[in-house]
Design a binder for this molecule. Structure first.
Ligand code: PGA
Length: 299
């Protein structure tokens, strides 16, 4: 069976565009060339991959299965191109990093700043999303590295321990439990909680903590930003489980308080995770090594 990377790319682009004409424009080719490439691929595989339906294009069942594999092949080819380019010294390279919301908005900007002082020619492209989306990016192989809380249960991931992540239960300084000592967890069983969106690792940690003690949380509000949760805590709209890393200023300034509860703080770690089966570019290796040796307090 003989097919080319170019044919796979044409098939992939047509699938994404849902049109031969749009795919041709995107690829800088003539429309007949595009449909010819797809039909050659179909003949080579002995399968119909794309069908016309109500004037539009749709992937057949076989096409859908193949689409996933083609996405992976093109991803590997893209990585290969970048590695070769770097080895030939044409570019110092880029590293695509995906970080969960909490670490991505607290520790990572400082890490990147310190790294770039030493490696100004390596560009870090940072995407900050919640835990569920970080896992999606790892599965799709769209990142060189991820920094996240609990690593997912995916085969072949390479995981290294990164900085500590201390989760605190915070409340307004006007809250009835503020400054009380050694409270049992049951003291918050009737509290109203401010929680992150589903898909957030911090939200999962809160639900697990409460459910383990038989507490069914009463959710006052769902807020998809740590910053919004902090403001809501300060306004005494509810209490929240949050990472100390995003609370340094508020705790120092006495804008909120850390409740002294049994089982808290929860001490976790962040992790540096590399997706499976990916070619590791020199730039990625350099950044990964830097993360391994990173010490936050060093200037
Ligand atoms: P989150 O992840 O920012 O999506 O809540 C944090 C974590 O998983 O520890």
């Amino acid at each position: 069976m003989s097919y080319t990377l170019h044919q796979l790319k044409v098939f992939y682009t047509v699938s994404n565009c849902g049109s031969y004409t749009k795919a041709a424009q995107q690829l800088g080719l003539q429309q007949p060339t595009v449909s010819e490439q797809v039909s050659t691929l179909e003949k080579t595989f002995g399968l119909d991959l794309i069908e016309r339906i109500h004037g539009g294009l749709r992937l057949t069942d076989a096409g859908k299965v193949l689409y996933q594999s083609v996405q992976q092949v093109l991803g590997v080819s893209d990585d290969l191109g970048r590695v070769v380019e770097q080895l030939r010294g044409q570019s110092a390279g880029t590293v695509r990093v995906c970080a969960d919301t909490t670490v991505g908005t607290s520790a990572i900007p400082d890490v990147i700043s310190k790294f770039q002082r030493l490696h100004s020619s390596i560009q870090i492209i940072l995407e900050v999303v919640n835990r569920a989306k970080v896992i999606e990016r790892l599965e799709e192989g769209k990142v060189d590295l991820a920094v996240m809380g609990r690593p997912p249960d995916l085969r072949g991931l390479e995981v290294e321990i990164f900085l500590p992540n201390e989760l605190l239960m915070v409340a307004s300084v006007r809250h009835r439990l503020a400054y009380q000592l050694k409270l049992p967890l049951s003291a918050i069983s009737e509290e109203r909680f401010l929680v992150r969106e589903s898909g957030s690792g911090t939200r999962t940690a809160l639900i697990e903590l409460l459910e383990a003690s038989g507490i069914k949380p009463k959710i006052a509000m769902v807020l998809s930003h740590n910053e919004a949760i902090k403001q809501a805590v300060i306004a005494d709209l509810g209490i929240a489980l949050m990472s100390r890393n995003v609370l340094e200023q508020e705790l120092k300034l006495g804008l909120m308080t850390n409740l002294d509860l049994e089982g808290l703080p929860i001490i976790r770690r962040w992790h540096v995770v590399s997706p499976p089966g990916k070619l590791v570019s020199p730039a990625t290796r350099e950044f990964r090594q830097f993360l391994k040796n990173y010490q936050p307090n060093l200037k």
